[in-house]
Structure formats: C-alpha cells, structure tokens
Design a protein around this ligand. Structure first.
Ligand code: NDP
Ligand code: OXD
Length: 310
C-alpha cells in the first residue's frame, strides 16, 4: 500500500511530513522519479501530473486533488471512471477564498479603486456614499466556496444571491438556479463573483451577452477559472464603462503573457491565481482522513460527481 505525492510547486518534504502525521502506517512515494512499482500505488495526490498517468496504476483506490477545481482531471480521458476523486476542499481553502471575495467586494463597494486614481491626481474628492443595503452581490456557484462567500457578504449587509444548478437554501441568500434563472440573477447583481467549476456548460459564461445583462457600472470578480470569461468581452465591457472594474485572479492562459492587454488595463486588478490557498496541516489532515474513509469502505469527501464533472 503506497501513497503517491507529487508537486513541483509545493514543498514535498513539508506535505509528506504532515500527511505522515495522520497516516503513520502509510508508505509515501514521490512522483515522478520515486514511483517504484506502479501496482503498489493506491492513493495519489499529484499536481502538474502528465495526462494519461493514472492508467498506469492498476490498484488505485482514490485520487485526491490539491485544490477545489478538478477540471484538469476531467479533461483526462484516462482517469479511471470507477476510482473516486476527493477534492482538496477544507476549512482553510474556503476561508481564504472568502477573504479574497470580501476584500474585492469591499474595495469596489467603497470606491477605493477610484480613490487610488484620485490620489494619483492629488485630487481631494469624496464619492457619493453607497450604502451596503443597495449594493447587490451575486455569486455564480453556491458550492463549498460560493456558499461561504455568500454568507459573509450577506453578513456584511450586502443583499446577496447565488446561482447554482439546483435550488439552495442558505440563510439570507436568495437562490437562483438553472439556465432560465441566469438572466434574472444577473439583472439584480451589482457585483458579480464567479465561483463555478470549469465544465463544458460553464466555459465562456462571462461573455458579452451575460455581461450586458448586469446593471450599468457593475463589478466583476473572477477567482473561478480563466476559461469562464471571454477576455475580449470583459475588456470591451470595461472599456465601455458597462463594467466599472474587475478583479481577475485566473486567466485563459496562465501565467498571463506579459503583452496581454489585461495587465495594463487601468480598471483591472490582476493577481496570479492566488485567490485561495490550502494551509498544509489542515489540507494534509483532510486527505489523511479521506484515506481512512476509503480504507473503511466509504467515499472521500467532497466527492467529485463524475457525471456532472465537478
Ligand atoms: P463546488 O463543486 O462545491 O460548487 C460548484 C457550484 O457551481 C455548485 O453550487 C454548482 O451547483 C454550481 N454549478 C456547477 N455547474 C453549474 C451549472 N451548469 N449551472 C449552474 N450552477 C452550476 O465547487 P467549489 O465551491 O469547491 O469550487 C468552485 C471553483 O472555484 C473551483 O472549481 C475552482 O475552479 C475555483 N477555485 C479557484 C481558486 C483560486 O485560487 N483561484 C481556489 C479554489 C477554487 P449545484 O450545487 O447545484 O451542483
Ligand atoms: C483550486 C485552485 O481549484 O487553487 O483549488 O485553483
């Protein structure tokens, strides 16, 4: 029985130490050079792996993902259909994403993007004060991350709604669901946050038509995936002023190429896919608990629904 860990961007020593704390009896192997006999591998936690690699492990019991998004695994036709996939969603990932969302909602709501411009012109000018009770936040995706972010913006006094596939019951959060309710949801949204998974249905969802359905002067916050947004459409909406400003953490091409016009856009706030991060000890304890669940004949949590693709 062995657990395969692999990542070029994470500190493997620290991760494996933390994983061992919860799984003292487990043997750990390192991808790509220390795999050993592929038949020994029962659990994997690998990021940046090669497409097709999972078919090499005949005795896999579960695949774990570092993060919430599993679009990379869903794109790989060789990920075995009968092996459960546990997403790396835990309290720390959720909390850190909520901080990102709350930060940008408050930043745009209070006009700090405008005051920064005024400062550059040594201009002492107060903007009209907009009360939170009239700034409507709308979150695309009311899953693990969207629900927590929605609860937080609602608690800060912003009328908050979420859009999901199925209807939801979250205290103080209005629920919209399904394709038919997307436009009414957008029409009541002054700050749009995208926390959808990337699937064929959600690709390009932030497009010219849907941006036009937002009220004039709305804001966009996208920590979902770059391919949720048609970037030319976002730029056009910013240039026309229909979208006042955008905080973008994810891009169709990452790293965002140095000559991409989004870098220089005065109303774009770009960050390099850092909206949330897992704290190693919390994340490792969560993966260890999932290993124990699987060894006890249960499924990992949260479990990817292979039919839905997230
Ligand atoms: P979940 O799977 O928990 O939630 C996804 C939500 O999207 C659900 O509410 C789901 O609806 C909804 N949804 C999916 N497809 C559709 C559709 N076609 N129509 C309407 N609603 C839909 O995901 P998480 O909250 O854990 O994560 C969301 C995403 O955030 C990740 O997939 C990832 O892309 C991104 N992310 C980005 C990070 C960053 O640092 N930038 C960090 C972590 C995550 P329903 O509940 O009805 O099924
Ligand atoms: C994730 C991410 O999906 O970091 O967790 O993007």
């Amino acid at each position: 029985m062995a657990f395969l860990f692999g990542s070029r961007s994470h500190d493997a020593g620290k991760w494996v130490d933390e994983l061992k704390r919860g799984l003292p009896e487990m043997e750990f192997r390192l991808w790509p050079d220390g795999v050993g006999d592929p038949a020994d591998i029962e659990f994997t936690l690998v990021t940046g792996g090669k497409p097709g690699m999972y078919k090499d492990f005949p005795n896999l019991k579960a695949i774990f993902s570092f993060g919430a998004g599993v679009d990379h695994l869903m794109r790989d036709p060789d990920v075995p259909k009968d092996v459960p996939i546990g997403r790396g969603v835990n309290a720390s990932l959720v909390q850190n994403m909520t901080h990102y969302v709350v930060h940008w909602v408050l930043h745009f709501h209070r006009g700090y993007h405008r005051y920064r411009e005024f400062q550059g012109q040594a201009k002492w000018q107060a903007l009209d004060f907009v009360y939170p009770s009239v700034r409507r936040v709308g979150i695309l995706g009311l899953g693990a991350l969207g629900t927590d972010a929605a609860r937080s913006t609602a608690a800060l006094g912003f009328p908050t709604a979420g859009w999901s596939r199925d209807t939801k019951s979250v205290k103080n959060v209005e629920s919209f669901h399904g394709a038919d309710q997307l436009k009414p949801f957008l029409a009541r949204t002054d700050v749009l946050v995208c926390l959808l998974p990337l699937t064929p249905e959600t690709t390009d969802i932030i497009n010219a038509e849907n941006l036009a359905a937002l009220p004039e002067g709305a804001f966009l916050i996208n920590p979902g995936r770059g391919s949720h947004a048609v970037e030319d459409d976002v730029r056009a909406a910013l240039d026309s002023g229909h979208i006042e400003a955008a905080a973008l953490d994810v891009f169709r091409t990452e790293p965002l190429p140095p000559d991409d016009p989004l870098w220089a856009h005065p109303r774009v706030y770009a960050t390099p896919h850092v909206a949330s991060r897992n704290e190693v000890d919390v994340a490792a304890a969560h993966h260890a608990e999932n290993v124990r669940r699987v060894l006890a004949g249960e499924l990992p949590r949260p479990l990817v629904d292979r039919a839905r693709g997230y």
